[in-house]
Design a protein around this ligand. Structure first.
Ligand SMILES: NC(=O)c1ccc[n+]([C@@H]2O[C@H](COP(=O)([O-])OP(=O)(O)OC[C@H]3O[C@@H](n4cnc5c(N)ncnc54)[C@H](O)[C@@H]3O)[C@@H](O)[C@H]2O)c1
Length: 443
């Protein structure tokens, strides 16, 4: 692509203070990691008029950005095209030299022992540490346990002679993006929490994010920002765990759980509705609370409520398998040899993201019980679990008629009211979203 320009390296005269660069939109923004969080952020700054250079270790992603092709549901090709003179991408850290701010937006998964895996953050910081200059701002957007930003930055700059908070500024600005959100929440209208290593770090980060976010919430430290983020998702985990317990109770009592929650949600204060499903997935809700538990363990305190929610939610995919087995049993069938179609396998509606998706453990459980599993998900063209492919199936009357059962795992847009749900002899609805019918059972 020839019409994507590298951000201008020449500054307008008289604009060389941080505030001046922000005001004149000449502050050069470097984004490290162009995924679900980094690309919309880069797009937001480019749309606001700033020159943005993205860095990603994935050459295909960098090339797609340069070609103006989006790989994310919330970013359109047209949006990329609209900023193509200001947004570019590379795989070479050195090409971010001259940036005035660097933002770290790389993954923070967990290790096999359920500890925060900060390898991506450490590698990203190591790759850009040689680019740090006096007066620069370094922002960590990745979700990390409290204390991790200061420790990772200190380790990355050890030996450079630069002192964080004195020679350059450091802030934590946790990401709240909700991929494929349909309620209109986006970078501009979602309040942004920022906490700096020093008050001046916070001020600079707040000024900068104020250019792309309508509301900025400055907090007193890096650690407050870090902990606020993990607490937000822990709040969701614990409440989802609670809805699973309610769901099981309702199942026993023969009371529709969704109606109970919807009724409770009419209370105008003090209640926030969460709904039961087949489990939780993605890189945030199942993962961030582990960071909180890790911090608690280090501090010698207890997060037993969070641990209980994790345990409850982890059991849920197997509960789906067992419930389906019971439904088939009632019809004189068993899971062994049964043809089971999973509908929607990504962790949430509208995305192709399979990270920690409950569907993965449901497939494992069904396979262990001897079922023949296939799936239908228009956003996921191929699915391989534990080295074995799961065949994709179409959404047609002919293919559905060949199934012994279908399981709604993640709602697929456009299918919830489809008449073809009437075709399989058994349908298990893990979200309580389908219309009542004699073949449909709610988890
Ligand atoms: N996805 C979400 O919904 C969401 C929401 C809020 C917060 N977060 C947090 O944001 C952070 C990033 O998550 P994400 O979903 O954007 O991840 P992602 O996997 O979508 O994107 C991360 C990108 O970083 C790149 N990368 C990895 N190591 C790199 C390195 N050393 N240098 C440059 N690029 C590198 C990867 O190739 C990838 O393109 C995580 O901490 C996550 O928990 C994610």
């Amino acid at each position: 692509m020839t019409d994507v320009l590298v951000p201008a390296l020449v500054r307008r005269p008289g604009t060389d203070t941080f505030d001046g660069l922000v005001e004149s939109r000449t502050l050069r923004v470097g984004i490290v990691g162009l995924g679900y969080t980094g690309l919309p952020l880069g797009l937001g700054f480019a749309a606001a008029g700033f020159p943005v250079r993205g860095l990603d270790t994935d050459a295909a992603r960098a090339a797609q950005v340069m070609r103006g092709e989006s790989y994310l549901p919330d970013v359109s090709d047209a949006e990329l095209a609209s900023v193509n003179s200001r947004l570019s991408a590379t795989t070479e850290p050195g090409e971010l030299a001259g940036s005035d701010v660097l933002m770290i937006c790389v993954p923070t998964p967990v290790t096999g022992s359920q500890q925060a895996n900060l390898d991506y953050v450490d590698a990203a910081l190591a790759s850009v540490a040689p680019l740090l200059r006096r007066g620069m701002l370094l922002v960590v957007q990745s979700t990390v346990p409290p204390g991790a930003t200061a420790a990772a930055v200190a380790a990355a700059v050890a030996g450079t002679g630069l002192e964080p908070g004195i020679d350059f500024h450091v802030a934590m600005a946790p990401e709240r993006v909700d991929p494929a959100n349909t309620d209109g929440w986006n970078l501009a209208n979602t309040p942004k929490v920022v906490g700096g290593l020093t008050p001046e770090c916070t001020r600079r980060a707040a000024l900068l994010f104020g250019q792309v976010c309508r509301t900025v919430v400055p907090v007193s430290s890096l650690e407050v920002a870090e902990l606020a983020k993990v607490f937000e998702n822990t709040f969701r985990l614990v409440n989802i765990g609670l809805t699973l317990e309610l769901s099981d109770l309702c199942q026993e009592l023969g009371i529709p759980v969704r109606e109970v929650i919807d009724a409770a949600a009419t209370k105008p204060y003090g209640f926030l509705a969460h709904y039961p499903g087949p489990g939780v997935g993605g890189e945030c809700i199942p993962v961030d609370p582990l960071f909180l538990r890790e911090a608690a363990a280090r501090a010698g305190t207890d997060m037993e409520l969070v641990a209980a929610a994790h345990r409850r939610i982890e059991q849920r995919p197997q509960q789906v398998v067992e419930r389906l087995g019971a439904l088939l049993d009632r019809r004189g069938r068993s899971l062994r040899g049964a043809k089971v179609l999973l509908v929607g396998v990504s962790y949430k509606t509208g995305v192709a993201d399979l990270r920690n998706a409950p569907a993965l453990d449901i497939v494992r459980g069904l396979r262990a019980a001897g079922a023949q599993v296939s799936y239908h998900d228009p956003l996921v063209p191929e699915l391989e679990i534990d080295g074995a492919a799961v065949p994709a199936a179409g959404w047609t009357a002919v293919e559905l008629a060949q199934q012994d059962a279908a399981v709604l795992v993640t709602p697929v847009r456009g299918l919830e009211d489809d008449v073809l749900w009437g075709v399989p002899p058994v349908v298990l609805d893990t979200h309580n979203r389908l219309s009542a019918a004699s073949n449909v059972a709610v988890l």
